[in-house]
Design a protein around this ligand. Sequence first.
Ligand SMILES: [Zn+2]
Length: 307
Amino acid sequence: MRKKSFSLMVVPHDKSPIHNVTLSFPWILASVAIFVLSLSFFVYCTVGYYRKSTRTSEMKRLRAENTRLLKRVKEIESNLAQLRTEMEKLAEENDELRTVMDLPQIDPDVRMMGIGGLLLGSGNTILSSPAEAYAEKVELDIDQLLRQAKLEKTSFEEIRKKFLAQRERLDHTPSIIPAVGYLSSGFGWRKDPFTRRRAFHYGVDISGQHGTPVYATADGRVRKVQYLPRTFGKLVVVDHGYGYETVYAHLSRITVRRGQSVKRGEKIGEMGNTGRSTGTHLHYEVKVNGRPVNPLRFFYAQTYVGS
Ligand SMILES: [Zn+2]
């Protein structure tokens, strides 16, 4: 078999002699192979380097982003800490109001159940990244705060309800002095001004000028408007509900009708000397569940209307 070979002639442009190189086929083959391999290796290295550098910059970017996110999560965490402080103040206020309103304190266990919850997390914080761990903590904190907010809200609603009910009751509890004047006779045993015998006086007498306005001492409804010439004279009885009733006697004039609703401080009549009376005065009684009690105990405000 004849060996294939090529001649490579190098012809210089000056007068130098021509070089003649004879190349055998296997030699060419080997050269081409080496060239191709070198090229491949070069391409492989270049691509590898490029990839690596891309990956490195991506890593850098992600790391920077991670740092930024971690910082933000930490910021959120510190905001949450402030929120928690505010929530603590609300809880304290809640407790105070519950004490004032005579409501039982929130059971500490209930409150802990309401605000606890750190144990309920996935607990995988050791394996997760710092940012993830922080995010998880923030999540738990928010969850906890939400539950506490609900708890405090429910309690505030309870306080509000009780307060409104109490205010309603207070509005219907006799609490002011019904007329301007001076106390001429108290509640209890005394010498009857007519018979001079010992007798129980079921109210207080407030003496004053004829025509002095007489006021309802609490919200209620006029139950009785009567004229009893031998006893109470011109009489008004107001039913306040909650077992309270007030009696205003010896009036010179009555300015309300039976069944009429009255507010505390609303004028119901004028002071007079009607019925069994020795001088211009108001006979005022407070009854609790039908039993007369000392009206002085109900002069909470210690003030007259309008003074
Ligand atoms: Zn009297």
